[in-house]
Structure formats: C-alpha cells, structure tokens
Ligand binder design. Structure first.
Ligand code: SF4
Length: 373
C-alpha cells in the first residue's frame, strides 16, 4: 500500500508542483498555506476558494493529520512546555511564554541535536531527525490555539525564537522555509525583527542566512576563550572564534541592538573578570547585545551551577561600562524543565531523569509504535 504524504509537511514549492501537475494555477499553493496558517484549517473540505474536485483530490492524495499534543506542563510563571507527538511517533517540544506586552514561543527545529554542547540536555540526546517546515510551523499554530484555550484573548504569538531542541542552521532549508512563512504578511505576518534564529556557530550557514533572510541573529557563545569554547561546544573545533568574528563583521545586521550573544553563566567556569575581558575583546567592532543567562540545573549536568548574583553583577557591570548592553535573562519554565538548555522531550514524571534515560524511553515507545503499524 502506498503511504500518503503528510499535508503539513509540504512546502509552498511542493504545493505549487502538485497543483501544476493537476492542471491548476500555481497561486493555489499559497491558498492552501493561507488555510493552514491564517485560518488554521487543516481539512480540505473547507477550502472553499478551491474547486470541489480539487478539494476531493487533495483529501485523497494527502494525509491531513496534525502533530498531537502529548503533554502540557504549565509552569508557576505562566509559561508552559508543550510536548508534541509527531506523525512518526517522535516528540518535539516548544515553550509558550506569554507576558504583558508580547507572547514569545521558543520553537524546536530538530528532534534532539548533534552539537553535543556540554551544558545542554538536548545535546546529550543526539540527533534523531530534522523537523520539516510544516512541523516547525505547526508549533506556532498549536501555541496560538493554546492562547485561545487559556482565555488569553486577542493574543497570538508575537515573537519566535529558534532556541528549542536542535541547531536551527543544521536544518537550514526547513528553518528558512519556516521563517519565510513567519514573516510573510499573507501568512503569519510577524515582524522580521521578532523572529530570531539562534545558532551555536555554523559559519557557512550564517553567511548564507545573511543573504537569504532578514531575521534577527543570536549566537550561543558562552565563552570567548577558544580552548574553553571547544570543550563546552565541540562545533568550535571546526569553526574558531576568530573565524566566527570575521563572518559576523560582514553579517547584514537587521536589528537596532545588532547581534545577540547568549552567555550561560556557570559558576567557576566562564564567569570571572578574565572571561569578561576576553568577551569584550571578542565583541570589539561588533554591534552586540549579550544576554547573561544563569545556568539552569538539570540531571545531565549535576556539577554545573549558576553563577551567584554578586558575580553576575560584576560581570554585567564590566560589560556595561564598556557600552555593551548585558541584561540578565532568567529562563522561564524552570520548574517544568522548559528553561534554556533543559529541553529533552520529557513528561512530567521524567523531569528529574537524565536526558539519555528519557531519550531511550522515547526511542522504545517509537519502536513499539512502529511494530504496531
Ligand atoms: S545548546 Fe543548542 S546547539 Fe548546543 S546541544 Fe543544545 S540544542 Fe544543540
């Protein structure tokens, strides 16, 4: 039996090809995406601006199922982690963070991640697969539906950060496809400044991104010492800080504050004045903002704890005195394992388990489901 393609995984180009092959005009492709992402309708029977026989053909040719919500973990700070079960039984997470004047959604771009950063739970799971453009965008659709369910009326997601599971630029085409839909005025219509792609430093892809998309760029930096960064983030062995700086000096910056650098503050590891000095030297000549993020504890990194308040203040002041804005960002959703570096496709009863144990549990479930099919 032929397996149908999942409708939600098709790109605009795929839809255009399908319509042309079925004797229709190419603009129909955009019409389908508008039904998905503006009207949030995923049943072709309701696509009333399409001819009836084409709606029937769409129904027959594709599988119209969506990822389902497996678990919602509400945090005491009003954010919530949403664990989604994908078509093939794998899991991806996103984190919804409503606040007074904005609603931010942290989206995943991969199931797991192969970058193996030492302070990150996702990195300990390894990479299972890339998410498709449709799977990335449905995280936004599902988050918007959650806002309605939670009675957060007249609100929809305003800011997207690609800081969930995965290295976005390791899944370049799907992430760029999703960003294009997010900033397309006829689809999600978000401001290009409010879509942020965060990377550990895949330099060729950063260069390409600067040519392809006008969105905001964030770099997971965490130290400006080459040797230390190679220990914390293996990608640094391939692309050094010097090479990164060259690429960033030429990057077409889109936002007023320039490039954002994420800096997880780990006590006794990267939080000394010496580290601050190296950071200032690295940033010299770049338009930059540094987000200082106290390390979020997790079972996979028992020996790493957050820098204390006083040391954080000293570090921050050193940067601020040299005209580098460096706000301290406390991650939301820590109590439900939804904070920065804590995502590992966990359910409520698994919050205190090491990421590898959870990854193995998910794998067992996945294989059991495959056997059933
Ligand atoms: S910090 Fe980002 S790039 Fe590094 S392992 Fe975690 S998810 Fe991957």
């Amino acid at each position: 039996m032929l397996t149908k393609k999942y409708a939600i995984q098709q790109t605009e180009e795929n839809w255009i090809d399908w319509f042309l092959a079925n004797g229709e005009k190419s603009f129909r492709g955009k019409q389908v995406l508008e039904w998905f992402y503006i009207k949030q309708t995923f049943n072709p029977e309701h696509f009333t601006n399409l001819p009836k026989q084409i709606r029937e053909k769409l129904q027959n040719d594709f599988d119209w199922g969506l990822p389902i919500i497996d678990t919602i973990l509400p945090s005491s700070d009003e954010s919530e982690k949403i664990l989604l079960k994908l078509h093939d039984g794998l899991f991806a997470e996103c984190v919804l963070m409503p606040s007074e004047n904005r609603v931010t959604l942290c989206v995943s771009s991969q199931v797991g991640c192969r970058m193996a950063c030492t302070f990150c739970q996702t990195g300990k799971m390894g990479l299972t697969r890339n998410l498709t453009t449709g799977e990335i965008l449905t995280q936004v659709v599902i988050a918007n539906k959650r806002l309605i369910e939670r009675n957060i009326l007249n609100r929809s997601v305003t800011n997207i950060v690609f800081m969930g599971m995965g290295e976005p630029l390791d899944n370049y085409d799907n992430v760029v496809g999703a960003c294009k839909a997010l900033i397309d005025p006829k689809l999600f219509g978000l401001s290009k400044h409010k879509v942020t792609v965060s990377t550990s430093g895949l330099l060729p892809q950063i260069e390409q991104l600067g040519k392809d998309l006008p969105v905001a760029l964030a770099i997971s930096l965490h130290t400006a010492d080459n040797e230390q960064r190679s220990q914390m983030m293996p990608i640094n062995k391939k692309y050094s800080l010097e090479q990164m700086k060259q690429v960033l000096l030429n990057y077409p910056v889109q936002t007023r504050h320039g490039i954002t650098f994420e800096y997880v503050m780990i006590q006794g590891v990267n939080d000394s004045l010496q580290h601050a000095k190296k950071l200032v030297k690295f940033l010299h000549g770049l338009k930059a903002k540094v987000n200082l993020i106290p390390m979020n504890p997790h079972p996979g990194a028992a020996n790493m704890v957050a820098t204390d308040f006083e040391q954080m203040r000293i570090f921050q002041k050193y940067l601020a005195d040299r005209s580098i804005p460096a706000p301290v960002r406390y991650s939301r959703g820590q109590d439900v394992s939804a904070a920065c570096g804590q995502l590992a496709a966990k359910r409520k009863d698994e919050i205190n388990l090491p990421p590898r144990t959870v990854a193995l549990a998910r794998r067992r479930e996945y294989l059991a489901e495959k056997v059933k099919q």
